[in-house]
Design a protein around this ligand. Sequence first.
Ligand SMILES: Cc1cc2nc3c(=O)[nH]c(=O)nc-3n(C[C@H](O)[C@H](O)[C@H](O)COP(=O)(O)OP(=O)(O)OC[C@H]3O[C@@H](n4cnc5c(N)ncnc54)[C@H](O)[C@@H]3O)c2cc1C
Length: 603
Amino acid sequence: MSSETTNKDILRGGQFLVKETKCEDIFTLEDLNEEQKMMRESTKEFVDRELWAHWERFEKKDYAYTEECMRKAGELGLLSVAVPESYGGMGMGFVSTMLVCDYISGATGSFSTAFGAHTGIGTMPITLYGTEEQKQKYVPKLASGEWFGAYCLTEPGAGSDANSGKTKAVLSEDGKYYSITGQKMWISNAGFCNMFIVFARIEDDKYITGFIVENDPENGITLGDEEKKLGIHSSSTRQVFFNETKVPVENMLSERGNGFKIAMNALNVGRIKLAAACLEAQRRIVTEAAKYANERIQFKTPIINFGAIKAKIADMATNAYVDESACYRAAKNIEDRIAIREADGNSHQEAELKGVEEYAIECSILKVAVSEHVQHTTDEGIQVFGGMGFSADTPMESAWRDARISRIYEGTNEINRMLAVGMLVKKAMKGHVDLLGPATAVGEELMGIPSFDTPDFSELFAEEKDLLARLKKVFLMVAGSAVQKFGPDLEEHQMLLMSAADILIQIYLVESTILRTEKNAKRFGEEAQAAQIAMSKLYLYRAVDIINQKGKEAIVSFAEGDEQRMMLMGLKRFTKYTNQPNVVALRTQIADKVAADNGYTFD
Ligand SMILES: Cc1cc2nc3c(=O)[nH]c(=O)nc-3n(C[C@H](O)[C@H](O)[C@H](O)COP(=O)(O)OP(=O)(O)OC[C@H]3O[C@@H](n4cnc5c(N)ncnc54)[C@H](O)[C@@H]3O)c2cc1C
């Protein structure tokens, strides 16, 4: 964080919707410092050497190889980036943590799941909520890879409804330990971990409680067989059964009844890291697809020359670029917020918790958006490879299967869509984000006569930024009227919430992308950023389409008569281009750049 950055300069979570951000104020991948670039390079080297070169082993359910690679990652310090130095870690900032999550995840979903489950939900509950003794005892071992962690929240009857678990924790008569009994399922890393974070209910408490449980088969812990899964074949996923497992009272995490909060906060961090973990996979797929399309000849022509293939390559590259832009913008916001809180006297632990919590809306947005883009990109990757894409001998097939899980774990995308809008409405109620003022202004604008001035759109992105400002009004119009109409019952109207979330997601992605490119065009020149400018314009065009469709769906479903007509007119006005972009030209320009570079070269 620059020394001049102050609390008031940084947008609070969710404020992107109602406040303008200048391009100088967002962080981009091009802002990485030397240390971060080195970190990225050493992560990439590790991935190429240990993971990418052996990707078939991950498809053959070689769980032992995943464990071996996890140990090697530990030796290189890659498991300890986010861990404070006082507990044997590197204590690097949030951006560096995201970088490692991003670049370590390109080769196989099996390893990225093992890595994410260990460094994220398996370790973070202790670094964020543990006592000093708990941290000293467990965190150094987890940071070095001497021990591995797993996270036991889900049960057969408690998935999305995570607080409904039946696992019980009963205090012993002498008050020295809890006895845990219950069944957990879908537990990543269960097959090789040394320690579990377990959530269980004490008596009839409203909320569950978190515990650190060492993996000792002599202590009533048994494992189910490895689950037979669609993808991530070498990520260990098992059921874990606890039968009167004794856990010393000092292994309770935080306080009794605080487990749901711990679980949710661990997931906030997990969500943005999961988004990061879907970035390098996209870049590699674009690169593999470009290489293949440059080499594969049909009709005496490399298939990259066909417009149908160019369109795919252009959209795939654009998604990756957009996702990077949004992920690193949010990562730096979190890093800065943590620094501000520490400067205000919070402990690192407290600062990190609050820093991530502040941007929980953005974390949910990113989780949904990036997991859906990686799915689309792997699907189109298969299509570019044709029949070879369907073959298990090429990496496209496994990438497609591996990508599927990202829409399910760390909170399904349906739950995260509802959370994103729900948290925003709550922040507005608390006065943290002023939605009411801007929403009222939009209402007044709708009643007024539109301006017929011809604006000056000569500067780079002038029209795009004007349109972006109006897209924000679509959200305010739709969500504002929905809140007015349904009040606290809004959460019952899920289809409406899904549409509102989709609008919100597109706004964050578009803004992050345009600002990144604008910042880079200013410092590196527009010519050097020609393809990135084209990607920004193409993505905006696609986002406008989505927002139009979702906005209309919402308006025609909950508004009637004059109100409906007025809102539909507003939608038309707010999504109108003065100069429509030439989409074919944009896609051609982007694809030609990717083809010439024989891969994705925008990071
Ligand atoms: C490979 C893998 C690894 C995993 N690793 C772990 C792990 O390490 N630790 C752990 O604790 N868990 C883990 N999970 C569990 C995972 O987090 C859950 O599968 C996920 O939260 C969804 O829960 P569920 O499967 O019970 O689905 P359900 O909750 O039954 O959901 C089924 C469908 O209903 C929808 N739905 C549910 N509730 C609502 C609602 N209120 N409104 C609208 N729609 C709703 C969901 O979005 C989904 O589409 C893992 C799962 C898998 C498959």
